[in-house]
Design a protein around this ligand. Structure first.
Ligand SMILES: Cc1cc2nc3c(=O)[nH]c(=O)nc-3n(C[C@H](O)[C@H](O)[C@H](O)COP(=O)(O)OP(=O)(O)OC[C@H]3O[C@@H](n4cnc5c(N)ncnc54)[C@H](O)[C@@H]3O)c2cc1C
Length: 473
């Protein structure tokens, strides 16, 4: 191996001589990759092609000891370091430009203890890995709507999905983690051990170390649920949105419903005459008894273009939207938290949604109100405990197309709905362009406490390729 020039943490370049690289290889049981090595392209691939970056070196650890060795190496040699879980972060923070990326794909094991109702989850797992393993026992924890997303990034930022109304944020179901901190120590954090660190990890992102194991509490769910999509003509958007507000105002926590407005893609489940026309849809998941009765108000809206709500396995529901946001396109999102859906918001949302410039983009409202609202705002760093909905505009377009029209649509639509925001936004949906003030907004009054924990565990900001929280002082 020749000398590798690699980005330094404080700027500039660091030369890693062959001796130093041999030393790294000798300490790592997993792989150390350079651009010509097999597996490099997958190791550096991120979901949002607009945020693609190229590191100089990738380490693929297979154990916490490997992670500790790589973290120590990056610290001692002053290297720019990033950590990649599922690679889905829209800001592309999984990969350090010119630096060292820890790709956790080699640590993808899940073990379920059905008696204790716990799942021990490797940091390279995708949501589908966990859902498949836990559902074998009729159990599940709170994870997101697209099964190809990484468990690590989703959980560390908070994590919401179909089960959030029943069981809170994903982090509300986190029992314990194993973490390698900036000093290279392998620690356990839970409600008792390193409790302040555990508080920060429950929403504070990848700022405090590298998680090498997550332990989640599980709940009885499925394995069959009632769920799917129901679609209407967007000319009826006013009426459907009002129906959605009424439904979500009274729905039991077993029922989660989201609204999606978009141009209908040429998908086989949408009747051909509707392809290319504006539609409004509800995506629903009912994980309890009485689904038909609870979904009656949805069906009472009448005259759908297609009604695809049916009884199905929970794992199928968890992956049914995967095709809607494929890897490798360009993406640009803006989101906000909401307390409710006043008329002014619904009118602004509809006006923005109807101006969407492409068939790939969409406007969404997720209902999250329920269990998470019942905890104190400082119960975990995730905060936003007053929020009942997350809404946003998701611009998507093929690589190679000029971004201006798409970004302008998102920004203009976002400006319309911003007056209705709680002031909070979801950190896991932030873009690379979003500044520290927006990250601070995502945490509200928990932000300063996060900065103090950062100062305790990572005073030199080794973990900075993320939605960064600078150490206090
Ligand atoms: C198509 C799509 C759908 C989504 N749907 C949902 C949803 O339904 N609900 C929801 O809550 N969110 C959702 N998200 C947002 C998602 O939570 C974030 O994109 C999240 O960052 C993805 O995690 P990842 O592991 O794939 O990300 P990566 O890009 O791999 O990592 C993101 C960041 O997480 C940190 N990180 C990753 N692994 C570790 C580790 N082992 N230790 C320490 N830090 C680590 C690092 O700081 C890294 O920069 C969605 C995103 C996409 C693209």
């Amino acid at each position: 191996m020749t000398t590798v020039e690699i980005a330094g943490r404080e700027g500039g370049r660091v030369n890693l001589t062959p001796d130093l690289l041999d030393d790294l290889r000798a300490r790592i049981e997993g792989r150390v990759l350079r651009p010509d090595d097999a597996g490099w392209d997958d190791a550096v691939l991120v979901w949002n092609a607009m945020a693609a970056r190229t590191p100089a070196l990738v380490v693929q650890p297979v154990s916490a000891r490997d992670v500790a060795a790589a973290v120590g190496f990056a610290r001692v040699h002053g290297l720019l370091l990033s950590v990649k879980g599922g690679g889905h972060n829209i800001a592309g923070t999984a990969v350090a430009e010119g630096g060292l990326t820890l790709d956790m794909a080699g640590m993808r094991e899940v073990s379920v203890d059905p008696d204790a109702r716990l799942a021990h989850v490797g940091p390279g797992c995708l949501l589908s890995d966990v859902d498949r393993a836990t559902q074998q026992h009729g159990l599940a924890t709170v994870l997101g709507f697209i099964s190809e997303v990484g468990v690590a990034g989703l959980t560390l930022g908070g994590g919401f999905g179909y089960l959030m109304r029943r069981f809170g944020w994903a982090v509300d179901n986190l029992d314990e983690v194993e973490i390698v901190t900036a000093d290279g120590g392998i620690r356990t954090a839970n409600g008792v051990q390193n409790a302040e660190l555990f508080w920060a990890l429950r929403g504070g992102g990848g700022n405090f170390g590298v998680i090498t194991r997550f332990t989640f509490r599980l709940h009885r769910v499925g394995p069959m649920i009632t769920g799917g999509l129901i679609l209407w003509d967007a000319d009826r958007a006013g009426e459907i949105l009002a129906g959605y507000r009424e439904l979500t105002g009274t729905a039991p926590r077993e029922l989660t419903a989201a609204v999606v407005m978009r141009i209908a893609p040429p998908a086989p489940f949408i009747p051909a005459p509707w392809h290319g026309r504006h539609i409004i849809a509800m995506l629903v998941c009912h994980s309890g008894p009485n689904a038909d009765a609870d979904l009656a108000p949805v069906r009472a809206l009448g005259d759908p273009i297609a009604d695809l709500i049916t009884e199905k396995p929970y794992v199928e529901q968890q992956s049914m939207m995967d095709g809607t946001e494929p890897k490798g396109e360009h993406y640009y999102w803006k989101t906000e938290h909401l307390l409710g859906l006043p008329d002014g918001f619904l009118a602004a949302f509809r006006a923005g949604a109807l101006k969407v410039p492409t068939v790939c983009s969409e406007s969404v409202i997720f209902h999250i109100g329920g269990a998470a609202n019942e905890r104190a705002d400082d119960d975990g760093a995730v905060g936003n405990r007053d929020s009942r909905y997350i809404t946003g505009f998701a611009g998507a377009w093929p690589a190679g197309t000029a971004p201006d029209t798409h970004r302008a649509w998102v920004r203009e639509s976002w400006a319309r709905i911003r007056p209705f925001s709680t002031g909070g936004n979801y950190v896991n949906f932030q873009l690379a362009e979003d500044d520290t003030a927006r990250t601070a907004d995502a945490y509200g009054k928990n932000f300063e406490r996060l900065r103090r924990v950062k100062a305790d565990y990572d005073p030199h900001n080794l973990f900075r390729v993320n939605r960064n929280i600078a150490p206090a002082g």
